[in-house]
Every structure is written in C-alpha cells, then in structure tokens.
Ligand binder design. Structure first.
Ligand SMILES: Nc1nc2c(c(=O)[nH]1)N[C@H]1C(S)=C(S)[C@@H](COP(=O)(O)OP(=O)(O)OC[C@H]3O[C@@H](n4cnc5c(=O)[nH]c(N)nc54)[C@H](O)[C@@H]3O)O[C@H]1N2
Ligand SMILES: Nc1nc2c(c(=O)[nH]1)N[C@H]1C(S)=C(S)[C@@H](COP(=O)(O)OP(=O)(O)OC[C@H]3O[C@@H](n4cnc5c(=O)[nH]c(N)nc54)[C@H](O)[C@@H]3O)O[C@H]1N2
Ligand code: SF4
Ligand SMILES: [Mo]
Length: 894
C-alpha cells in the first residue's frame, strides 16, 4: 500500500487528503492530519473520493467525428489533435483570432490554467478565454477590487477562532463548505459568546443554527447592508479614526445610506427592524468575520452586494486583525489559482488587468510576444451568445459542463448544437456538453495529476499523482502544450510556439507563473515545489526571502489602491432582474445539496451519495402547496419565460412563502430535461458579468401523469446499467435515474406519463436491465388495468424490482433490496399494492448520516423517546464520523 498526499478535488476549503493506493488502484482516502485547512477531517464528499476512482464512465481515449451528426470514433491522440489544429488554424486564418474561444474551469490546476491563458492571449492573440469562475467568483473579485484594490481574500480560517461575530451571507456553509462549518462549530463550543448571524432567504441547516437569522427577501442584500451601516452610524459603531486614516469615499456613502432607515430596510428585506439593529450592533462590536458565497455573487447586483458588505468592514475597522475581515468562500478547488494566473477574459497573469496598457506590455515582454491584444474578450454569457450568432466558430471547452451549468440553457444548447467546431476536454465521457463535441479529449483527474491548487484562504498545496494515468488520458497542461506547438506550426509561428511552450513538466510552468508575481500583491517568488513538499502548504504572499506565507492581509491599513487607501463603494439597492408577477408568481432560487457536486459526473458514480437526496425536486412551502392543492411528492410542471421542467414537489420548511428552490445537480444525464438552468436567465452584473443564477420567476402547475414506473436493479454492473438507461430518459414524459444504497448499490429509474408506455418500451427496459423471465422472478400482470410487476430473486436476495402502472411498494422493496435475504412474510406482499408489508416495520426513509448509514426514521424514533444529540450519537453512531449531518441532527432535535 502506498500513501500520497494530495487535496480533495471538490470545494474551495481545499482539504488535504492522503490517498491510499495499491499499484494503479486508489483504494482509500483519509484526511491529512497535517493539512492546515482540515487537520485530518473530511466531509461526506471528501471521504468517499476513493469510491469515485473507477474508470467505468471515464473518457479513456480520444474520439472525433469527421462529419457533424455522425457518431464519434476512437482515434489516436495525433489524429485528434491534428484535426483540432486544422480547424482552429483554418478558422483563425479565415476569420481572425477572435473567431475562436476557450471556456475553461476553476477545477483545473494552476499550471493547466496558465497554459490555456498563454495559448489564447500569447500565441493565438485573442482574449476570448473565460471560465466557469464567471458563474462563481467573478462578483467577489470585482467587489474586492473596487474596495480593497486587489483580488485577495484578506482573512484566513484561523480567524474563525478569534471572531466574536460570524456574519454568513448567501452561503449555505453547512452543505457547501462543511469543514469550515466544522471549524465554526468548534469555535462556538470554545466560545459560547460567539454570535452567528445568517442572511439567506432559505432556512438552511446553516441558518437553523444561527443566533440571529435574517430570512431576507431574495436579492435584497444591498439594502440590508446599507441599513446596517445606517444603524452603525446612528449608534456610534463606526470607527471614524480608521475611516479617516485608511479609506476614502465615506461621505458619499454616508449620504447614500441616510435613506436606508431600519424601517425602510425592514420593508424591502421583509425582516423585523429590531433584527437589523441587532445585526448592526453585533457586527459593529466585533471582531467580525463575514463569510459569503453565491447568494451574493450570482446576482445582477453581485458586485454591489460584495462591496456593500466590505463597506461594513471598512467602516468599523473590522479588517486586517485577528477574527475580522470579509472572507469570500471560494467555490471550486482552484478558483483562486485561476484568478492568480489571470485566466479570465478581463484579467492577465498575477492579478493584472487586461484593460491596463502597462499590464499588457509587462506580460507581452515577459512572454516575449509582440503584444497582448487589447480588445476585451468575451465573458461566459457573451461567449455563448457569440457562438450562437456565429461570431465564434471554434470553441474549446475544458473541465466544465456548460450544457448544464450555464443559465438559460435553451440558448446555450442552441449555440453548442450549431458551432462549426467544438472540442471538449473532460475526465468523464457522458456529461451533457460531450454530446455536442466534434473532438472529445480524455483528461487525467484527481489522484492522477501534478500541479498546484490555491484554497479560499490563499493557501497553495502541491498535488502529485497517486496512480498512473488510466487508458490514454493525459494531463490538461500537456494536452494544451501539445496543441499549442502543433497550432504554432500551422500558423507559421512554429518557432515562437516552441519558445512559448517549452514545458516538459508542470514545475517549469509553476516557476514561470511564480516569476510573473514578482512585486505583485500575490508575490510568491519565495515559493517552490520543494518548499511546499518540505514545509507543507503555504499562503500567499510569500516573496523571495520569506520563510512562510502571510496569514492575514492589510494589518497595516495600507491597501493596494492609489494613495494606499481603501475605497467605499456607494451602492444602491436594485431589485432582481426578473420580478414575479401574476403569470410567474414564484421566486425560484437554486443551489447545492450536501452530498452532490455540480453536474454529478463524479459524485453521481457513488450510490451512497444519493441516499441523502435521491432525486431532483422542487422544494416549496406547505402553505403554497396547500393553496395549489399539491401533495408532497406530486409531479409538477415548472415553467419560466425560457423553459420548463417536470419535477417532483417536496414540502419544505426551509422555503418561505412565494419562493421555491431547485438544486443545480440534476442535468440531462440523470433526468429527462436539461436541469434547473432550463429556467434561469442570463442577465448579469454590469461590472463582474456574473449571471443571476439564483433568481428567476416561475410558475408551478400540477402535472397529470397518473401512469408510473419504477425499476431498481442490483447485482449487475450498476454504472454500466445507468449509462445504458440515460438515453432512455427522454422517452418518458417524466423520468430520472440514479443510484442508491452502499458499495455497488443499485440503479434506480423512476418514470411517469399521462398514458402507459408501450409494452415494447417496457420489454426494452427488461432486456437492458436483465429483468426478463429468464431470471428467477415473481411476476404479476393485470393488463386490463395496465399493471405489470416483477420481482427478481437471485441467490435468495431481491436483485431486481420493476413496477409498472402501480408503484406503492417501491420504497419498502428498495429497502428489501439493500438487505440480504427475502423472508417469507415479506415475500407474500411483494406484488401487492401496499406501502408496507403488515409484518414489516416502517420504512427507513432518507439516509441522514451517510458515513454510518443512519436514516431519518431511526433518528426520529429515538428523538420521540427523548434522546438528545449525544444520545443519538452514542446509540445510533450518526454524526460521529465526518460530522456533515450534525447540523441536520440538531435541526431535527429542534
Ligand atoms: N455539496 C456541495 N458543495 C459545494 C459545491 C457543490 O456542488 N456541492 N460546489 C462548490 C462551489 S463551486 C460553490 S460556488 C459553492 C457555493 O456555495 P454556496 O453559495 O454556499 O451554495 P449555494 O447553495 O449555491 O447558495 C448559497 C445560498 O444562497 C442563498 N441565496 C439565494 N439568493 C440569495 C440572496 O439574494 N441573498 C442571500 N443572502 N442569499 C441568497 C440560497 O438560498 C443558498 O442557501 O459551493 C461549493 N461547495
Ligand atoms: N442554477 C445554477 N447554476 C449554476 C450554479 C448555481 O448555483 N445555480 N452555480 C454555478 C457555479 S458557482 C459553478 S462553479 C458552476 C459549476 O458548473 P460546471 O463547471 O459545469 O460543473 P462540474 O460538473 O463540476 O464540471 C466540471 C467538469 O470537469 C470534469 N473534470 C473533472 N476533473 C477534471 C480534470 O482534471 N480535467 C478535465 N479536463 N476535466 C475534469 C468533470 O467531469 C466535469 O464534467 O455551475 C454554475 N451554475
Ligand atoms: S469540505 Fe469536503 S468537499 Fe470541501 S475540500 Fe473539504 S472534504 Fe472536500
Ligand atoms: Mo462555484
């Protein structure tokens, strides 16, 4: 057994992991006790990473098609790259460099990112390179730059231990940054006076644990923050000495917030005046650390939301000291690294600005090219618009799945379907975007590649491969270096390309990137792979000669603005871009679930990660449902001005009246429909250009789909079955598929329709899932009523269930399937229309604790007996492993 230190490839907390491998197989993973982000802890996703290290759904060799609409064929790397080069070179020659574009990802390593950026801006001469960070951190970047002068989160995780007030706005930390939330729980245990304020329109698990929860109306954050400043001014909580010494623009801001009285703000935000005053007092007294994420960023006023919050820190001097500062939690594992190398349409290496002629000249000189083009590149939404209208004719997409994650998918799918040439470079082959690819390039991924990542607190970790690259996969940087050299040759810049891309290993790329940071705010000239390996992960800046990185920025009150003073931004509240009205009366918000990651290409291969939330859904308030005569579990048609989606409705006390929530994870691979972004709109913030993914107006109508089908199959290669089922989803009016259980688990297909599906379709499913009568089974058929059921029993275990027309028994049969054996008293009822066998106990319900496999109903039963948290933990063992379910356990106890 070999052990390799690495990081978790999911969220921006950037936890250290130790990968356990045997030969070329990753067999285990545990938290790295020495990593300063997590000190050995991992959440549900991190601790199951080794279960994702299988190759079933990976892209393992290059594929391409010669004609549109023909299937892709397996080809050699040479053929695939030459084909791509030919198309890119021809497009550039005929239509100029701006006729091509690159859309990349905050999940690439810094070295990968650097090469992409240099290829576009240095070799090809286009700034058409943007990334999914535009959908993620762009408003945070713009907010920092407008106020503090540089894109640098000034705080660190340790500040959680020193704060007296934690202000969480637009972040469901308990789900999206679980290990940060574990640190918050620890800090509260150690300091009972620590105040936790949460601002979120939804009563999330994070909100549930707050001392003060402000369930504001969606999109009204700027009004709230301005109102808090209004109170702070009134109550003398503003640190005028700090304001005078270290900032400018306060008078204008004072003028702006004058009208944001608690009363007005209470009206706009829909929260009590007194709570606004309390929030202002706690924040103003401090030390206050604010933590924020997509509730602020994904907004048509995202930059203002960020700036208005940073204003509060500057006005109260809550920055640059232990326990204080505005701390944007980064989403993706290397969103920070991408920003460092300037991998966006408006940025250049080492936090330089593309719009700045001097910055462009510096980078051109550094790269040894004539110039970096001055024409601004297209941001994500603009790029797909340009693809749609034919301006961009060749597109390269790497490490992101825009056919699911971009807003207004109708338009994005149209662009992808019509672009003359598309390259997709991904680790998995079945993502929605891959369907459109003319060339599919297989990339190595977690555990297989070398480079660096930077987490939320500016901490850089060196990751190295634990196993060899599977199949013909190659690291992203290497694919791009190979492409760049070939492209240079075709563009008659062969020598230049060799000069620009001489790299044989990622370390050479890192060292070049490092040199671009000299004298910049993120100076890492003192850092090397060797130092990271010997001394562990380091925070930037770490200039030449420094022994270690810097935990906190701006302790001296000097900011990277002209004159050294931070700037207040006088932001006014603007409503969301699309308001609800009589036709679209519900305010939709979107976001994450605890155990899934984005489009689920990785988490969607682990049965255990489906147990917490099994299928896509629309969450609504009970009153709204009652008014519309909707029952929990009904199927509904959800529509916006742009598209619609068929979903199951779920009653939720998290969602306020007139609002609704849909998770972002389910796309075309796992449901019939493109996912939540079929509904969202592409309006974006004027400064950050980040789209408003969190707000849309929708209507909800009951879908009359009385015909139901459920199929469950285990004991076969479940991932292979799932892949085979995916193309079938579109043949039902409503359908989704997924996994369930533990270990190899089972594959599950749920479908519904207005009328029964044809027998031919059912036969096809039976054949596909090996549910035909060739295997030992119990069968029941009532053709008159359209009911047909089959339960497959192999070696005394139920390994398959197919219920057509009547599906009442699905839940308890699913539980029978997770167990070994098929007792007689249960067997008698297997084909009956009952939601529980009379002899059996109540179904388990949702699995709350993923690690210890403890269900909702088991927990509820003990709570009814009067158990508290510690009794739940000692008797059921739930919440004793990774701790991700502890907020939910507390909520259930509450
Ligand atoms: N489990 C899991 N964790 C993840 C990810 C994942 O896919 N799965 N992805 C990672 C990535 S890339 C990111 S960017 C982060 C995102 O992390 P978060 O931003 O914490 O997660 P979200 O669920 O997108 O949204 C956060 C909250 O914003 C709230 N919100 C909506 N509108 C508003 C508003 O107008 N104002 C305020 N104040 N709040 C609002 C939503 O109700 C939601 O609870 O998560 C990272 N971590
Ligand atoms: N409605 C709505 N939409 C949203 C959001 C929301 O909150 N609501 N959130 C937005 C945010 S914050 C984000 S960050 C985006 C995320 O959206 P995406 O970027 O589309 O999300 P992923 O599914 O993580 O896509 C990453 C892809 O990279 C592949 N991959 C993994 N490792 C590697 C590798 O090493 N190399 C290569 N080449 N490929 C690899 C994976 O298989 C996967 O297909 O979604 C955005 N969209
Ligand atoms: S909090 Fe969880 S998902 Fe995020 S880096 Fe740590 S283990 Fe990975
Ligand atoms: Mo993100």
């Amino acid at each position: 057994m070999q052990e390799t230190k690495s990081t978790c490839c999911y969220c921006g907390v950037g936890c250290g992991v130790i990968i356990e491998s045997e030969g070329d197989r990753i067999v285990g993973v545990r938290g790295d006790p020495d990593h300063p982000a997590n000190f050995g802890r991992l959440c549900t996703k991190g601790s199951t990473l080794h279960l994702t290290a299988r190759h079933d759904l990976r892209a393992l060799y290059p594929e391409m098609r010669l004609e549109k609409h023909e299937p892709r064929q397996r080809v050699s790397w040479d053929d695939a790259l030459d084909h791509a080069v030919q198309h890119f070179a021809q497009t550039i020659r005929e239509h100029g460099p701006d006729s091509v574009g690159f859309y990349i990802s905050g999940q690439l390593l810094t070295e990968d990112y650097y090469v992409f950026n240099k290829l576009a801006k240095g070799l090809i001469g286009t700034n058409n390179i943007d990334t999914n960070s535009r959908l993620c951190m762009s408003s945070a970047v713009a907010g920092y730059k407008a106020t503090l002068g540089a894109d640098a989160p000034p705080a660190c995780y340790e500040d959680i231990d020193h704060a007296q007030c934690l202000f969480i706005a637009g972040s469901n930390t308990a789900y999206a940054h679980p290990i940060v939330f574990r640190r918050i729980e620890d800090a509260r245990k150690n300091n009972p006076d620590l105040k936790l304020i949460v601002v979120d329109p939804r009563r999330t698990d994070t909100a549930q644990s707050a001392d003060l929860f402000l369930p504001i109306q969606p999109g009204t954050d700027v009004a709230l923050f301005n109102g808090m400043l209004h109170v702070m001014l009134w109550e003398g909580l503003v640190d005028m000495d700090y304001v005078r010494a270290h900032t400018e623009g306060f008078d204008a801001l004072k003028e702006t917030v004058r009208e944001y009285t608690p009363k007005l703000v209470a009206d706009i935000c829909g929260v009590p005046e007194a709570d606004i005053v309390t929030a202002a007092r706690w924040f103003g007294t401090g030390p206050t650390l604010s933590m924020y994420c997509q509730g602020l960023n994904q907004s048509s006023s995202g930059t203002d939301k960020n700036a208005a919050l940073i204003n509060l820190h500057l006005a109260t001097g809550q920055i640059g000291k232990p326990g204080a500062g505005p701390f944007s939690l980064t989403g993706q594992p290397n969103a920070m690294g991408g920003r460092e190398v300037g991998g966006m349409a408006n940025l250049l290496s080492a936090h330089r600005n593309l719009a700045d002629p001097q910055h462009r000249a510096e980078i051109a000189t550094f790269w040894g090219v004539e110039q970096v083009p001055d024409k601004p590149g297209k941001s994500a939404v603009e790029m797909f618009d340009a693809v749609k209208n034919g301006e961009i004719k060749a597109l390269w997409i790497a490490c992101t799945n825009p056919a699911q994650s971009m807003p207004d998918l109708g338009s994005v799918h149209e662009a992808l379907a019509n672009v003359p040439f598309l390259v997709v470079q991904d680790a998995y082959r079945n993502i929605d975007t891959a369907r459109y690819a003319d060339v599919l390039l297989p990339a190595t991924t977690w555990g297989e590649k070398e480079g660096t990542v930077t987490n939320s607190e500016r901490r850089i970790t060196h990751v190295v491969p634990a196993v060899a690259a599977p199949g013909e996969t190659r690291p992203d940087w290497q694919i791009m270096v190979d492409f760049a050299r070939r492209l240079g040759f075709m563009l008659e810049k062969g020598y230049e390309a060799l000069q620009l891309f001489p790299y044989e290993a990622p370390e050479a790329i890192f060292n070049e990137h490092r040199e671009t940071t000299r004298g910049r705010d993120l100076d890492i000239t003192g850092l090397s792979y060797a130092m990271l390996d010997s001394q562990g992960p380091q925070q930037w800046p770490l200039p030449e000669g420094a022994m270690q990185g810097q935990a906190r920025l701006y302790a001296d009150g000097v900011f990277p603005q002209p004159g050294g003073k931070a700037k207040f931004v006088s932001a006014k509240y603007r409503a969301v871009a699309e308001k609800t009205d009589a036709r679209f009366p519900f305010h939709l918000t979107t976001g994450r679930m605890r155990d899934q990651w984005h489009g689920m290409s990785r988490t969607g291969t682990v049965p255990q990660l489906f147990n917490h939330v099994e299928e896509p859904m629309l969450a609504m308030n009970a009153d709204d449902m009652a008014r519309r005569q909707l029952q929990n579990g009904d199927l509904v048609k959800v529509s916006s001005r742009r598209g619609n989606l068929m979903l199951r409705v779920k009653e939720s006390d998290e969602v306020m009246p007139a609002q609704a929530y849909i998770p972002m994870h389910w796309g075309g691979q796992f449901m019939n429909g493109a996912g939540v972004n079929a509904l969202t709109l592409s309006n974006f913030d004027p400064v950050s250009k980040q789209p408003e993914l969190k707000h849309a107006a929708i209507k909800v109508e009951k879908a009359e789909l009385p015909w139901r089908l459920i199929v469950m199959r285990r004991g076969r290669d479940t991932l292979k079955l799932m892949e085979a089922l995916q193309p079938m989803l579109a043949r039902f009016e409503y359908a989704n598929c997924g996994l369930y259980g533990r270990d190899d688990g089972m594959v599950v297909l749920r479908a519904a329709g207005a009328t029964a599906a044809s027998q031919a379709l059912i036969d096809e499913l039976d054949a596909l899932l090996e549910l035909t009568e060739d295997v030992p089974c119990l069968t029941y058929r009532d053709p008159k009523r359209g009911i047909s059921k089959r339960v497959v029993v192999e070696n005394g275990k139920v390994t398959g269930v197919r219920l057509v027309g009547e599906t009442l028994a699905a839940d308890w049969l699913k539980e029978v399937m997770t167990q070994d054996g098929f007792p007689e008293d249960v067997r008698l009822w297997a084909l009956a229309p009952v939601n529980a066998p009379p002899s059996g106990k109540q179904g388990r319900g949702r699995i709350v604790c993923s690690c210890m496999d403890v269900s909702e109903n088991e927990i509820k039963a003990l709570i009814t007996e009067g158990a508290d948290l510690s009794q739940l933990q000692s008797r059921l063992k739930c919440g004793t492993q990774c701790g991700s379910c502890v907020p939910e356990l507390k909520k259930m106890l509450g």
